[in-house]
Write a protein that binds this ligand. Sequence first.
Ligand SMILES: N[C@@H](CCC(=O)N[C@@H](CS)C(=O)NCC(=O)O)C(=O)O
Length: 373
Amino acid sequence: MTAPLTLYGVKISMFTGKVRSYLIKQGIHFTEVAPVSEQFTNVVLPQIGRRIIPVIEMPDGTIVQDTTDIIDYLEGQSLSAESAYPTDPLRHLLALILELFGDEGLLRPAMHYRWNFPQDTSGFITHGFGGWQGPDATDEAKAQIKKTMKTFSGFLPALGVTPETIPEVERSFDALMDILEAHFIRTPYLFGAAPTIGDYGMMCSLYAHLARDPVPSGLMKNLAPSLFRWTERMNVPHADYSDMPYYAPSHDLPETLSPLFKYIADYFLPEMQMNVDVMNALPGGTSGDPATMNPKMAVLGFGSFQHGEATIQCAVRPIRLYMLQRVTDYFAGMKKDDQKAVLYYLEPLGLTPLLTLTAKHRVARKNHIEVWE
Ligand SMILES: N[C@@H](CCC(=O)N[C@@H](CS)C(=O)NCC(=O)O)C(=O)O
């Protein structure tokens, strides 16, 4: 067995859940370490330049941050049992859309349910943010945990979670749970019998926040038990669908996926269009320069868009445009016939505008931060 890589992350972190699940499913040998070790503080953090997780450290010392970069790096090392990227171009493109949506499209319900129910959740969340301090945590350490939690809960308004938008945030999440329940009761993973990059992306918000935090976990277990089972299934090495003896693996695209893409067209496309509009109004920057003045608060600007019945105003972050480029670049590089198959599938669902939604300026990643391309 090869030496294990180190995954710096925690259970309560949404993006750690994406990489952990990839490592487990791909049978990659790893050890998970809380990002408080001496090695993390003295060696890893100075290279990353900002306090962000997850990070992987390879046995040879290579450090990679950003879940997408981590997965692509590991795919490049031929460590995965089965590539996260489907070989069929249509599925590959659809999986990239689901990764984008999973990474960036569900932050509002994830953060709302984490922070707006302190009476029901504060014990669990405090343990997640500082349990590693142990039973003898000093008052100073406890105060630091509270401070970190305050910083994260302080992101709610910038994400567009306000008293006016909360009813729609909750309603639209209920609608999503209905769609995913109808899918996962029939099919164990998004595209069939095995996970793809789409499943890994969707694990971000759906696992660490929405399946684990007390309030949404209760809702998900009760209203969408098959969706909850998928989050468990994504955390074990085997296929884990013996509780679906009626499922017969098939090469066909599951029919229950199309309502999910329609949902993305209705709820997420307007937000991405707003992101591109805000980006287009900016002057851009010199190639290789950081896309935001302060990578720790990586916000390009603010904009508003219609989300169901609510008008939402929220921050535009460069990482979101970087993830969108993965979709639009892949579509642009497809053969004409494959593009036609994508358009044929997405046209009736209203999602074709996403395929060519490109901004005037491009975002790249260099030295673990987003820069102008
Ligand atoms: N796009 C990044 C997002 C990572 C991220 O936002 N991680 C959170 C924890 S789940 C974090 O460390 N946030 C701290 C910060 O952004 O300052 C990725 O895919 O790795």
